[in-house]
Design a protein around this ligand. Sequence first.
Ligand SMILES: [Zn+2]
Length: 247
Amino acid sequence: MMEPVKGIERYTRRPGPGGETGGSYYRIRCRHCSSVFERKARKYSGPPPDLEGEVLPEAKKAGWDVLHGARRAMCPGCRGVLAQAKAKKEAKIMVTKPTPTPKPRTEPGEVVPLKPAVAGKAEAPPSMDIDAAFLIRDKLGEVYLDAQRGYGEGWTDKKVAESLTVPRDWVRQVRCKVYGASSAGGAEDFAPVLNEARAVLAAAKDLTEQGLKVQQEVAVFERARGEVLAQVGRLERRLADIEKAVG
Ligand SMILES: [Zn+2]
């Protein structure tokens, strides 16, 4: 047997007793099992010009995987096993991937964990359920003094909403129901006042800056006036001198 070229062996076979034809053969081996692919070599006077071109297409036709050359060839049997294993693996992934989360059942009287207020801003605001309403009412009972005095120190609609992880608007709704629509919702009620104060401050700052500008302009004007007056004085003196000289 000759040295394999690019994984393709060449050997000479004698005519077999059962009528097998003798001659030159090529052979490639499966990289996983003992299967071989054999092909009778064409006759050349010299070495074959393209060994791979002669053997690999034939092997491929016979169902072999020769995509990565004869050294990494795979027989049809091993290809089948590999394909099966792959399909099984994929099926397993398909099964394990989508596991729908079961909806939690609600027993009567059970406190339902409330969903965070921030979940899904694009969606329509969730409507309040009865459990949430009771929870908010109880919390307000702890931290809200009365309609006149409003919240106890440090508490606001916002803080209650955050402590219960419910939308702030739910807290406002419950507060208005329990303590009246004019009841104070906490520091956020001062937002309009704060905005007005900010606007007034901004206007005051603007006026101060304008005043400074006027002051600077006045200083420039005063300097110019001084220079003109000095010039007038000099001219008066010169005129007086001339009058004296002429007169
Ligand atoms: Zn094989």
